[in-house]
Design a protein around this ligand. Structure first.
Ligand SMILES: *[C@@H]1O[C@H](CO)[C@@H](O)[C@H](O)[C@H]1NC(C)=O
Ligand SMILES: *[C@@H]1O[C@H](CO)[C@@H](O)[C@H](O)[C@H]1NC(C)=O
Length: 350
């Protein structure tokens, strides 16, 4: 086959589409790096030139961003464990399969989650004193009542949003960024993720006073855990809106395909191409299929054997679990247990 124009063009285009979340492949591949020299930025996999620039200028942020990549993978897989598409392909980053390249609903979720994760992680690192360039978040002016005072160290959401968006939006703002529609889609979904993060900010308090009477409280603004934010985003994933690119006056904008007279809202995830049903294995569309996946016979949700196995049926296995049981407390101070066997049934898709 001639290695010519059209083939190279397709390749380039795929690379450009994928570059937006290739940084999820960040790993401390070369062992613990001290992050004190800007050459370290070149050791990193999956960064676009603009992100390498950011890395050089903000070396101290990199351990936090690497942690955000790991947290993105874990919370994506955690929140999709009961779905046919279970986020396993994210492990291959920076090499991504079509489910995360083609402007699908699944990629919308992952972009939003990854954008939220980076800002979350930076905001928390500020509060824990890990970063020399920021500290606790600002304290609100209002004092709701006299038993209440602001104190502690709140997550620095402001700095997290500022540095997080600079990093996660960089691939789409790059001169070489891919097609306009997917660029706009990715930027929009990143913003939706960050908005979910902003919405998760809550007041957390610690009680003081005589024997836990809570007559005085010290409170600060803290973010909810990434797992909780991932659950919020999963709801948005289920209600995601298919969009197309339209000329609106002089600008091009994404508008809902069905109701195309209104612009998309900051709270909705958007996607450009429909996903396969992920029932059967098909690498061309990024589907791993659900053969050998576990399902739940008693469930009526997405992990029920009927839905998970796409009507193909399932095999039943019995598994014997060894557990501690009939535990006795002995004065003083130890516990003895017997070992009991318990049989459980497992259901696995055909
Ligand atoms: C960076 O840290 C390493 C290990 O602590 C040290 O050997 C190296 O000299 C440091 N480089 C600079 C530029 O400070
Ligand atoms: C996700 O699905 C794939 C493909 O069916 C399977 O190999 C993998 O074990 C699943 N992962 C989890 C965490 O269930």
């Amino acid at each position: 086959m001639a290695w010519g124009g059209p083939v190279a063009a397709v390749f380039l285009c795929l690379w450009q589409l994928s570059a937006g979340i290739q940084w999820l492949g960040l790993q401390e591949s070369s062992g613990p790096v001290a992050w004190n020299e800007s050459q370290h930025c070149r050791l990193l996999n999956g960064l676009v030139p603009e992100q390498i620039q950011l890395c050089r200028r903000n070396l101290e942020l990199m351990p936090t961003i690497i942690r955000a990549a790991q947290e993105t993978k874990a919370s994506c897989q955690g929140s999709f464990a009961d779905m046919r598409w279970n986020c396993s392909s994210i492990e291959q980053a920076p090499n991504l399969s079509p489910d995360l390249l083609k402007g699908t609903r699944e990629s919308a979720f992952v972009y939003a989650l990854a954008a939220a994760a980076v800002s979350h992680s930076i905001a928390r690192s500020c509060a824990s004193g890990e970063l020399p360039t920021c500290s606790c978040g600002t304290v609100p002016d209002d004092i709701p009542d006299s038993s209440f005072r602001w104190g502690g160290c709140g997550d620095n959401l402001h700095y997290g949003l500022q540095m997080g968006s600079a990093f996660t939006d960089a691939p789409m703002k790059s001169r070489k960024a891919g097609m306009q529609a997917s660029k706009l889609m990715n930027l929009h979904n990143n913003a939706v993720g960050r908005q979910a993060l902003v919405d998760s900010l809550e007041t957390k308090c610690k009680c003081h006073g005589i024997s836990g009477s809570c007559s005085v409280k010290t409170c600060w603004k803290g973010l909810q855990d990434l797992g909780t934010i991932a659950q919020e985003l999963k709801v948005k994933y289920l209600g995601a809106i298919k969009v197309i690119l339209r000329h609106m006056g002089l600008r091009k904008q994404l508008v809902p395909k069905e109701l195309d007279m209104r612009p998309v809202r900051e709270v909705e995830l958007v996607y450009l191409s429909s996903s396969p049903d992920y029932c059967t294995k098909n690498p061309k569309v990024g589907s791993q299929g659900t053969q050998d996946r576990q399902c739940r016979k008693s469930s009526v949700g997405s992990d029920s054997c009927n839905l998970m196995c796409c009507g193909r049926g399932y095999n039943t296995y019995t598994q014997i679990l060894l557990e501690r049981c009939q535990c006795k407390y002995h004065w003083c101070c130890y516990v003895t247990c017997k070992k009991c066997e318990r049989t459980v049934e497992r259901y696995v898709c055909k």
